[in-house]
Ligand binder design. Structure first.
Ligand code: B3K
Ligand code: ZN
Length: 876
């Protein structure tokens, strides 16, 4: 295999040829599908007349090639493993190809493949080139007409993008449907589905009174699991009209659920294809978190219809143009639909754990990377989530009204075009009349900026001086960083009064909550007329994706925990307070000193538990300790065992000390109401779960009874899963084993529930986990070919910090073995699964050596571009 080569943003050239019409005919067969393409092609007016035509094409068997209906002589074109080059072509012509491919052998799940017997496609980013020869790049946009031919019995349903325009019977029990999509689109948005599917149908009337048919296509047995997705879709359609003025633009919108899918879902025009896990829900089988995830993903894919499809990316370096913006849009939708503070807290907790880790590791990259080897590796938290944080900052900088004008301008000006991040930010600058030049650095610089803050109160002059110093650490390939424009939302809370003080900055009254703009490496902000000594509340609502350090005392934090007017920062204070205690305990563990629980943390928790409750979901978040992964992220060197021991110690200390309070909260929140995924019910269940978890941390006898009863009652999957998790993670095997067995038998028929069953048992802290993973890999419900199973078993195991990072290296070896096998089957999933190994430099010497050895072992294999790129970066 030749060494995979990087693609550079600076090498971008507009396409020499564009395709105006694409006509495709698929004659489906698992072993040998025939694909005929007829492309109407034009040379770009500015391209050289002798520019060769290049069409991507991989893993295709070429059977025929005609130019303007004449066969092309073999000497007239070149065919290699990347595609076809035709040296001399006229300014306008048609090109017709016929190829063969084998969907049943496609385990990479890119291009046309089979999942549970049905045919489906995944083309983003570069899967279309495995379907036919084509200029497979997003800046080539064509109108598609697609005919799908299948077996009338095996594939009664034949779907593609747009509207069905013709259908009929054919000889030999075959039939066909022809689809037309009037909107020009890049090939990555092409989709086809064929199989034995059933559908739930509904309708939506758009803001201009157009009727749209909504369909969710699933396997017959899943018809009862589509209500929530359909309701979410309708809410999302209405929200996009109300918030962004965006109306749907076809007569039908279809969602299809497939069991084998590399990611969550895909926004193909008019025909979204979903991982079944991202669409199917039922109170008995899906948790609250799953319900919320389905709502968010359905909305996300729907929102792409404008942010991504109508206006698309010029090239894949611009991926965050559609993904960052669309994640921001789906986050805003979920915040509006559910509890806004909880949504923000959960998003930030995840972001700081996972994206910060990416930014601190060998694969750190800017939101708009400069080069890549395999674009599939760049569907990352940086592109998606940090991209969304940057769009959120933009919105806050210019204000919602200007942001909305900028968004309108962007959709109008670039409708039907493939554009860049500059085009988007340019519209925001134009609409707001603001200079966003410095702000653009967010798109170019990788790494998490850190702000060191300190403040001084001057009693004599009633002044508060806040100094902020920013720095962004070096990341691979970027040694020198420039200061960023960082908006810091803040308030000053009067330490006596407990109230937000009115802020006067540079003689200007700013109200009680303001945004200060850090643009230099260091800046001091002097607030005047500060009547009493304040405690600063900084980075409210996480106003920028940075790490902010301020020397808060435990007293400061206990104060902010109850007094901060910003709900997000009350939660933040709870996390900082817990971190201070955890850091002491981590140090104690490392030094072999007896661990002592900080009573101030216990007092703070008691105050929270006994105060009147406004929002149960927020309270639940405040009572949750930072995860082991989150704690690890804050440490200079990760000591897996010390972190685990410290966190367990805090959990148990709180469980003991506040036993009665937790029991009271648990009891008060038990409910026999029929399940509904409403914010109120979700908040109540979440608080109840947290209380039960603390009680089970000390294996309180009464709690065990309650937990067992909650499991046995089987009221809904949220309650059942939480109870099962606590039983399985307890030290009592006499509780764990029968519960697991009962659950596994009850749900053996339901693949998505079995995924949960796998995850729960391999996340437990006990030492038997590695053996369990090996055993479960042989379980009939497990398959390496199914990405959901890989994530549920192996992905969950790699998150089990004490067991994955075992000192004998067996956890690393197990993962590496799986990566090596997946590298052959599904390179995209292999690369994702390998990610924890790439972070080896964060650990102690012994673990570093073990992880490095596994990476070296992987490197000896004949590697896919995906795994190759990651291994190279990890070992560089
Ligand atoms: N745009 C898809 C990504 C699919 C890429 C897979 N290699 C999912 C989404 O962000 O909506
Ligand atoms: Zn997306």
């Amino acid at each position: 295999m030749s060494k995979p080569q990087p693609v550079h943003l600076s090498d971008y050239q507009p396409p020499a040829y564009r395709v105006t019409h694409t006509e495709l005919t698929f004659d489906l067969d698992p072993a040998s599908t025939r694909v005929e393409a007829r492309l109407t092609i034009e040379r770009h007016p500015e391209a050289a007349p002798n520019a060769p035509l290049f069409l991507n094409g991989e893993q295709l068997t070429l059977e025929s090639l005609l130019l303007d209906d004449e066969p092309l002589a073999e000497s007239a074109y070149q065919h290699d493993d990347k595609g076809l080059t035709v040296a001399n072509v006229p300014a306008a012509f048609t090109l017709a190809t016929r190829v063969r491919l084998a969907p049943e052998e496609n385990t990479a799940l890119e291009g046309l493949y089979q999942s549970s017997g049905m045919f489906c496609t995944q083309c983003e980013a570069e899967g279309f080139r495995r379907i036919t020869f084509y200029p497979d790049r997003p800046d080539v946009m064509a109108v598609f007409r697609v005919t799908v031919i299948g077996d009338a019995t095996r594939e009664p349903v034949l779907l593609a993008n747009g509207n069905p325009v013709e259908r009929g019977e054919l000889e030999g029990g075959r039939h066909f449907v022809t689809w037309e999509d009037p909107h020009p689109k890049p090939a990555y948005l092409f989709a086809l589905v064929a199989g034995d599917l059933a559908c739930v149908e509904d309708h939506f009337t758009t803001m201009n009174g157009r009727e749209v048919t909504l369909q969710i296509w699933v396997e017959e047995e899943n018809l009862g699991k589509t209500d929530h997705a359909m309701a979410s879709l309708k809410r999302a359609m209405r929200w996009d009209e109300d918030s962004y003025g965006r109306e749907y633009d076809l007569d039908r919108f279809m969602i299809v659920a497939v069991n084998d899918f590399n990611m969550g879902a895909m926004e193909n025009k008019g025909l979204n294809i979903f991982n079944s896990a991202a669409v199917l829900t039922h109170p008995d089988t899906a948790t609250d978190a799953a319900f919320q995830q389905v709502e968010g993903i359905v909305a996300h894919e729907y929102f792409h219809n404008w942010s991504g499809n109508r206006v698309t990316c010029r090239d894949w370096f611009q991926l965050s143009l559609k993904e960052g913006f669309t994640v921001f849009r789906d986050q805003s939708f979920s915040a509006d639909t559910n509890s806004a503070p909880v949504k923000r807290i959960q998003d930030v907790a995840f972001f700081r754990t996972a994206q910060f880790a990416e930014d601190a590791g060998p694969t750190a990259h800017s939101i708009r990377p400069e080069h890549y080897i395999e674009i599939t590796n760049f569907y990352t938290l940086t592109i998606y989530e940090k991209g969304a944080e940057v769009v959120r900052m933009l919105k806050n900088l210019v204000g919602w009204e200007a942001f909305r004008r900028g968004s309108d301008l962007y959709f109008e000006r670039f409708d039907g075009q493939a554009v860049t991040i500059e085009d988007f930010v340019g519209c925001m600058a134009e609409a707001s009349q603001q200079d966003l030049t410095q702000f653009m650095r967010w798109y170019h610089q990788a790494g998490t900026p850190e702000i060191d803050a300190h403040g001084e109160y001057d009693y004599v002059n009633a002044e508060y001086r806040l100094t902020l110093r920013q720095r962004t650490p070096m990341t691979p390939g970027q040694t020198h960083k420039q200061p960023l424009h960082i908006p810091v939302r803040m308030g000053l809370v009067g330490t006596k009064s407990g109230h937000d003080l009115t802020l006067t900055l540079d003689g200007e009254k700013r109200g009680k909550d303001t945004v200060i703009h850090l643009r230099e490496a260091e800046q001091t902000f002097v607030f005047t007329d500060v009547a009493e000594a304040p405690t600063p509340s900084l980075l409210r609502n996480f106003s920028a994706p940075v790490k902010l350090h301020f020397p808060y005392s435990r007293e400061d934090l206990a104060f902010l925990l109850t007094e901060d007017s910003d709900g997000f920062n009350r939660w933040e204070a709870s996390q900082r307070l817990a971190m201070l205690a955890l850091n002491d305990l981590i140090a104690a563990h490392r030094n072999g000193v007896e661990k002592v629980m900080d009573t101030r943390v216990i007092d703070a928790y008691r105050a929270l538990l006994t105060a009147p409750v406004n929002d149960k979901a927020v309270l639940a978040e405040m009572l949750k300790l930072p995860s082991e992964a989150c704690i690890a992220e804050s440490q200079p060197l990760v000591d897996v065992d010390a972190i685990h021991a410290a966190r367990e110690f805090v959990r148990q200390s709180l469980g003991f000390a506040l036993r009665d309070e937790f029991m009271a909260v648990y009891t008060a929140n038990v409910s026999s109401k029929a399940y509904a995924p409403t914010p109120e019910q979700i908040g109540q269940r979440s608080l109840k779960s947290v209380a039960l978890a603390y009680l089970m941390a000390v294996e309180d006898e009464e709690a065990i009874e309650r937990c067992q009863a909650q499991f046995d009652a089987g009221h809904n999957m949220t309650d059942v899963r939480q109870a099962l998790t606590l039983l399985v993670h307890s030290s009592r095997d006499e509780l764990a084993a029968p519960a697991l067995k009962a659950f596994g038998e009850k749900w053996a028929h339901d693949s998505l529930v079995m995924d949960q069953w796998f995850s729960i048992q391999v996340s437990r802290p006990q030492e038997d986990v590695l053996e369990r993973v090996k055993y479960l890999m042989q379980h009939p419900a497990f398959s390496l070919k199914n990405p959901n199973k890989v994530r549920a078993l192996l992905g969950a195991f790699a998150q089990n910090r004490v067991n994955f990072h075992r000192l004998d290296g067996a956890g690393y070896a197990l993962l590496a073995d799986a990566v090596i096998e997946l590298n052959r089957l599904n390179p995209e999933i292999a690369a994702r699964l390998m990610t924890p190994l790439t972070r080896w430099r964060r650990f102690d010497d012994a673990r570093q050596a073990l992880m490095q050895a596994e990476l070296e072992r992987i490197k000896q294999e004949p590697l896919s571009a995906n795994v190759y790129e990651l291994v190279e970066k990890a070992l560089a």
